[in-house]
Design a protein around this ligand. Structure first.
Ligand code: HEM
Length: 129
């Protein structure tokens, strides 16, 4: 495989059309252009997240291992976050089909995500000073 290329969020955001479709999943960049027409979940959902962080959308669906293998094949690089970038998308509670039994766990997860975000922000500020 060729060397992983590094993209900023802004680079990815400029590839959001059907004929030129990048997305971020778990801080890796995927070129979904060739896959749009083949996606079993339809092209619309992919176009929706084109040029954006699709981590949550992808994970919400509970994609199979096969889907993850396809994803591997679309990998073109890694995301380099710079200040001012949107944070990785965090659960806007969506109509997920599995009614989750949400005791404690959900809150803990939010706390971890929030703390992680705060730590990252702090690190940026620290590095700037
Ligand atoms: C490039 C990234 C993606 C790849 C490679 C991919 C691949 C696949 C594959 C192979 C399936 C068939 C079921 C399975 O194997 O799990 C599938 C189903 C599905 N995908 Fe994706 N997917 C991607 C991104 C997304 C995104 C961002 C969404 C946003 C919501 C999405 C929504 C769905 C839905 C709703 C289904 C279910 C379709 C059905 O069963 O009728 N996918 N995807």
């Amino acid at each position: 495989m060729s060397e992983a290329k590094v993209f900023t969020y802004a680079d990815v955001a400029s590839h959001s059309g059907k004929k030129d479709l990048y997305m971020v999943i778990h801080d890796k960049i995927y070129d979904a252009t060739s896959f749009v027409d083949e996606h079993p979940g339809g092209e619309e959902v992919l176009l929706d997240v084109g040029g954006q962080d699709a981590t949550e959308a992808f994970e919400d669906v509970g994609h199979s291992d096969e889907a993850r293998e396809i994803l591997d094949g679309l990998l073109i690089g890694e995301l380099k976050r710079v200040e001012g970038d949107p944070k990785p998308r965090v659960a806007a509670p969506s109509s997920s089909p599995s009614s989750s039994v949400d005791g404690g766990m959900g809150l803990g997860l939010y706390a971890v995500i929030l703390l992680g975000g705060a730590a990252a922000f702090g690190a940026y500020k620290y590095m700037q000073s």
